[in-house]
Design a protein around this ligand. Structure first.
Ligand code: NAP
Length: 312
């Protein structure tokens, strides 16, 4: 039968999930293309050190790990294009990927578009973004040498990045809305032992003020019902992530927060469309689980194409 499809597999997103899928698919002989609109690596490129990816005990930076993933995918013949995907369509079983440059046809598709940081949505946040408000300690931490900063959130990202910021800042406040951190115990213990870190419990940021740059935060302690001011030079916001689902939100089933629902083969509800990594509904968001999702999705896509070879 004449094969009218240019690619067996199109992957949207060049983070650990998308690139692992590319490694497995290309190594398995599938003609594979990956679209990444910005830096290959996804959210991991802004992680200072990755210390829990098995087999790499030497704490490489997220950027270095992402580059290894990229090289590995390219080694097996995956094409990586820095094009922004604008739309995803279907013609029968065929998937159409429209980028800012052209259209591509593929038999199967993996959505690995990840997530982006949630905003606090308080007065001053937008005004001071880039002038004291940051969502990336790895990018901006060095600007706060011997200064005072606050980190908002109680999850792995907030606590890990607070520890990282103590390399530069003389004082790091963690502002958390509850009286218990969500981050894993080992990281919590490290933060609690760090003399530069002070945790402000049961409190939320209500506003950010300053002159040209951030100078102070307004905090509300909801247990004591007290509003206070905190002098800081910078505020790093780590209050969770929002899935990058715009391309497929009307097409695939999502959970209540917008993460894509898949079965255990990473298949969505649409034939031949898979999802992998942080964009999916899952219990644990890590490089290793993203990589595992990518491998599973590529394997499943290959099987699905084989099962449907007479239907294209
Ligand atoms: P997260 O686990 O969802 O934590 C978000 C934190 O922000 C929570 O402590 C939450 O408080 C707080 N929060 C949410 N909305 C808030 C608001 N409006 N005001 C104040 N606080 C708010 O998000 P994350 O830390 O970015 O992590 C995302 C995922 O990546 C997680 O699955 C995480 O495990 C993973 N991750 C893993 C690593 C690692 O293993 N090395 C590193 C980074 C991230 P509550 O606790 O009260 O809900």
């Amino acid at each position: 039968m004449l094969d009218i499809f240019k690619y067996d597999l199109a992957i949207i997103g060049g983070g650990p999930a998308g690139l692992s899928a590319a490694v497995y698919a290309a190594r398995g002989g599938m003609k594979t293309i990956v679209f990444e609109k910005s830096l290959v690596g996804g959210q991991i490129v802004v992680t200072a050190e990755v210390e829990n990816y098995p087999g790499i005990p030497e704490n490489l930076s997220g950027f270095e790990i992402a580059e290894r993933f990229r090289q590995h995918a390219v080694k097996f013949g995956a094409e990586i294009r820095d094009e922004e995907v604008r739309a995803v369509g279907m013609e029968g079983l065929c998937k159409i990927v429209e980028t800012d440059k052209q259209s591509y046809r593929a038999k199967s598709l993996i959505i690995a578009t990840g997530a982006h940081p949630r905003k606090l949505q308080v007065p001053g946040e937008a005004k001071y973004t880039g002038r004291g408000v940051s969502y990336c300690a790895t990018c901006d931490g060095a600007l706060y040498r011997d200064k005072i900063v606050a980190v908002v959130g109680g999850g792995d990202s907030a606590v890990e990045e607070a520890i990282f910021l103590t390399k530069f800042a003389k004082k790091v406040y963690i502002i958390h809305r509850r009286d218990q951190l969500r981050a894993v115990k080992m990281i919590q213990e490290r933060a609690l032992k760090n003399k530069k870190i002070e945790i402000i419990w049961d409190s939320v940021v209500q506003g950010i003020e300053g002159g040209d740059l951030v100078e102070k935060l307004f905090l509300f302690n909801h247990k004591e019902q007290v509003i206070s001011e905190l002098q800081v030079d910078g505020i790093f916001i780590y209050v969770g992530i929002i899935p990058n689902n715009e391309l497929v939100e009307s097409r695939v089933n999502l959970d209540g927060q917008g993460f894509i629902l898949t079965d255990e083969t990473m298949h969505t509800n649409v034939p031949g469309i898979y999802a992998a990594g942080d964009i999916t509904h899952k219990a644990l968001r890590q490089v290793i689980t993203a990589a595992a999702d990518g491998a599973t999705a590529a394997f499943s896509a290959e099987k699905w194409i084989e099962e449907n070879r007479d239907n294209f």
